[in-house]
Design a protein around this ligand. Sequence first.
Ligand code: BDP
Length: 710
Amino acid sequence: ETGLDGWLRYAPHPAETSNSYRAISNIIVLNKSKTSPVYTAGKEVQDGLRRILGQKIEISGELSGTPSSSVIIGTVEAFSSTCGKIPEIPELKEDGFWLNTHAENDCVHILGENERGAIYGAFEYLMRLAQGNLNHVKSASNPSAPIRWVNQWDNLDGSIERGYAGPSIFFRNGEVVTDMTRVAQFARLLSSIRLNAVVVNNVNANPKLFSKTNLDGLRRIADTMRPWGVRIGISLYFDSPKKFGGLPTSDPLDPAVNDWWKDITAKVYEKVPDLVGYTIKANSEGQPGPLSYNRTLADGANMFARALKPYGDGVVMYRAFVYNHHLDESVWTNDRANAAVDYFKELDDQFEDNVIVQIKWGPIDFQVREPPSPLLANLRKTKGAIEFQVAQEYLGQQSHYVYMAPLWREILDYDMRIDDKPSVIRDIVSGERLNWSRSGYTAVLNIGSDSTWIGHHLSMSNLYAYGRLAWNPLASSVSIIQDWARLTFGLNETIIDTITKISMESWPTYEKYSGNLGIQTLCDIIYTHYGPSPGSQDGNGWGQWTRANAHSIGMDRTVATGSGNAGQYPPEIAAIYENIETTPDDLLLWFHHVPYTHRLKSGKTVIQHFYDEHYEGAAHAQTFPIEWAKLEGLIDDHRFKQTAFKLQYQAGHALVWRDSVNNFYFGKSKIPDGKNRVGNHIWRIEAEDMHLSGYKTVSVTPAEAASCGK
Ligand code: BDP
């Protein structure tokens, strides 16, 4: 198996199980149009029942007479207009559905609030069957939030920024591809986990997206995804009027600039009438934006919002990821973590109602551990969406495996205590806590044309988990991974237990060998964001600093003596982080600057904790390939071997991580490891001591990224 079907393999059940399931007589779709999600759902159920249970069933478009043993798929409205209301169906939210597997006359009812809901219900039915869960189901399911998107960072030349699975499925050589096969397969996967939109191009956007050929291409993409209930959005380059439209300026208050965007928006909607909206990265990492024209971020966002207004429900996802990447490190109070609140808080009442501020989950950038972004507690009137990252940019780039549901759950479960009242982030994001009418989730995904989609078979669990949590943020990380493992690899207990064990241990393990106590992922910070490079954190303008010197380490973010970042949280939370005694150890160095000899709550010093964690983490990574080996013969050979290779690589690279980070801090602090390991690997064979034909030894910068600097 190649992985292409993801969790939608519909593996056949053994004859005993499938025979015990009642025969379905036919599938009735309440919308016969081949482009409707209801029809697609009918085809999917037909295919699924054939593959899982071996039943060959016809689809019919008519609901006539008294159906019996039929699977009936449609909207609640379409059903009740022919058959009358079903009183037990509760009020459904947008995209919600009703599933009754044992309705009247042995029928299965799959009825959505809208057509998307119907296809979601169909997938729910099939995934239950595929997991051998044939019990009676009669329930409604509703999303926690209306916005459940993914972002692709695809460039028009076919490359993908921070993509780890081959070239784009959307673009090649400056244009949208012609073959839409993978696009349809992608839409199917997204639809099955109830994600309703994908922004197809990089946030570092290229205005050539507006060429006539590419607008036609966008139409092709949208037409391909629409039958699956997936809409598309696009990222815009702020300076397009100037760089693409020939205007002298892109000033958001210039009427000609506004007209230009209105005109472009009309052209886009002509091709994609159900465009979901625009994503904007502006005044961030060298991108132009309203601040370049001495206008506010709200002026910029509102210009796009007004252009979208005539076309229905399109929204502007305006990214809060605005910061100065030339910060002066010598100024003790400078802090990139402050940027989002500094920029956006004062604009809270100035955005049009179809602007949504898209907020990365942490204040900096998808690190192995951060506190939640304080901006999530500082917007009241302006609606927000949380941004996760399924691509493991700082978490091993799909060469290491980190299952992120536990990390996301920690953030979603965090109580921000806005106005000293319960303010759990999942309730802020759903819109409930602050009465937002439209809000939700997005995630940087970056699948590519590799048959694994994402570059590592196990990392697909992150996409699955993201969809599940955006629908229901209370879903448990363990049950999500178990469901995913059953669907992706099979129902055998050893498969489920092994994958669950590796997955649940993966984040703590990676944290141990890549960056402890809230110091962030100590990877290369300038270019690749991969591999150990603790020395690259400081001495640059990017602001992911550790402020490590010979005696002490950590960012002082207190109000009393530091950058004041702790004070951006609501008072109860601010008080916790302001005080070193109440700051949890795992965020100690995020909020405080302490000597290496500072004692943690465990009694260990910071430096000894670093040494020990790196040894423990690297040692634990060695267990993953051993665990995985238990699956030999239980799953297909192809995916078994590919995954074994990745886990073996990770185990090796974890040792490189361990030694690089430990050697670096030993070098800085000169404090020996109490267990006498660091710098003492008499048994270790260094690469430069080997003789390999065809290779020569060269010096490497930074030295700690290589074996003895070579
Ligand atoms: C950073 C990525 C960079 C993105 C940026 C963003 O390294 O490639 O452009 O985020 O989110 O994490 O815009």
